[in-house]
Design a protein around this ligand. Structure first.
Ligand code: NDP
Length: 403
């Protein structure tokens, strides 16, 4: 970065930093209106479903409310009561159990609030830096939701928005600066980055102790060898769903469809660490149903709407649907959700609905399943918050809670 570039970048950054700090609530949220439709149920329960199921929720359905960039603690009693409420088991007779990701995320967030309060009593406020390059609308929605959730939980957040034209070396300088800062415990670089930026190099430049996405090779290695570290948020959320729903993992046949670095591979490692017998399938797997039909736990992280059909599912299996696919064709909506008035209303309102990688008809064969939206996706931001607090503790040699 030459001298003038650095100056311009710094002023952008300082301007933004002060904007986030100054607004203390309103600038972002004033652009946000509540959702009125019952079809928005999941989003209404928890703002974090935006990240999770963000594909289904345009920005206007975000909750209005105060954004606090620094040091705010949830103090609204009714909201806290909601967060600490027991996780409901939505099970009726022999119908499958719905694993309510929104309720589990709320529980995790209430625990994060308590941890933040303990840290603050010691003079420590966990801090998260979120780097958003350019103007990708979906990324802007996700990032806004992350910053907002930080404020709600009492985590300091700083949003950095370098322009699309930023170079790899300028990004490396930015990351080096964040690595050095004592008030920043977690660094999140929102993906995807522009094509000309070397994403791998950048993710490896983040200090492993601040890598709250869990993508750094050091953290990947720690996960593999079962050492404490920072684990990727979405698979960590899957494990929380299983653990908090008291679903057995040890000795179970777990099949994961998808082998991405973000979801499939770390999910496989976490399930293996929890003593499941793990099979990872992918696009080159031959006779996929042979594997899925043997799965006690089936994790679908493919990115194809309704790909897992009922006959691929072992009766009584636990189905974890990671997929978030937007469908915009009314015939497709009717195919996946025949006669469903809520989905029809959502489609009429937004012109799209989301469907997971598991065909909704397959859930009826399961013993338990995560819905889309309101399942796995709801956990991702909660786990990011948890990772930020864990990073703040690990960096200061404070023992992380044993689970
Ligand atoms: P990727 O595209 O990185 O990976 C998809 C994986 O699915 C690949 O391993 C691919 O195999 C495999 N695959 C593709 N087609 C088939 C097929 N026909 N049969 C078997 N395997 C197949 O996606 P991600 O892992 O990033 O995401 C997966 C889904 O999860 C997406 O819908 C995404 O939106 C969603 N997601 C949700 C999150 C949340 O918070 N809920 C977070 C992250 C993702 P191969 O490797 O051979 O190409």
């Amino acid at each position: 970065m030459d001298g003038s570039g650095l100056k311009n970048y710094c002023s952008t950054r300082l301007g933004l930093r002060s904007a986030v700090r100054q607004q203390d609530g309103d600038t972002i949220d004033n652009r946000i209106a509540p959702s009125a439709s019952p079809a928005d149920h999941d989003a209404n329960l928890e703002p974090q479903s935006l990240m999770a199921d963000g594909a289904d929720h345009p920005p206007q359905i975000l909750f209005p409310g105060k954004l606090r960039a620094h040091g705010s603690i949830l103090s609204n009693r009714s909201a806290r009561d909601l967060w600490t409420a027991a996780i409901p088991w939505k099970k009726m007779s022999d119908s499958p159990r719905i694993l309510d990701g929104v309720a589990i995320a709320a529980q995790i967030k209430s625990e994060v609030v308590a941890e933040v309060q303990l840290l603050q009593a010691r003079g420590i406020t966990p801090g998260l830096a979120v780097v958003l390059v350019g103007e990708v609308p979906a990324s802007q929605i996700y990032v806004r939701s992350k910053v907002k959730t930080c404020g709600e939980l009492g985590i300091f957040s700083e949003l950095l928005t370098p322009p699309e034209t930023i170079t790899t070396s300028e990004m490396l300088a930015l990351v080096a600066d964040l690595n050095d800062r004592d008030d920043i415990d977690g660094i999140l670089i929102q993906l995807p980055l522009p094509k000309h930026v070397d994403t791998k190099r950048l993710l490896e430049a983040v200090a492993p102790g601040k890598d709250v996405d869990g993508f750094h090779p050091v953290n990947v290695g720690r996960l593999q060898s079962g050492q404490p570290g920072l684990a990727p948020c979405t698979p960590a959320g899957i494990m929380e769903i299983l653990r908090r729903s008291q679903l057995p993992v040890a000795g179970q046949n777990a099949v994961i469809i998808g082998r991405s670095d973000i979801v499939g591979k770390p999910a496989a490692m976490m399930l293996l660490n929890a003593s499941a017998t793990v099979t990872v399938c992918h696009s080159k797997t031959t006779d996929l149903p042979r594997f899925t039909q043997a799965a006690d736990i089936l994790v679908a992280a493919i990115g194809r709407p309704g790909y897992v059909t009922p006959e691929m599912v072992k009766p009584g299996a636990t189905l974890i649907d990671v997929g978030i696919n937007r469908i915009t064709d009314s015939a497709e909506v009717e195919k996946f959700f025949p006669g469903d008035p809520e989905r029809a209303a959502t489609f009429a309102k937004r012109g799209s609905v989301v469907v997971g990688d598991i065909h909704p008809a397959a859930f009826a064969r399961s013993g338990a399943y995560t819905p889309v939206p309101g399942g796995v996706g709801a956990l991702t931001i909660a786990m990011l918050m948890q990772n930020t607090v864990t990073a703040a503790k690990l960096r200061r040699g404070i023992a992380a809670e044993k689970k």
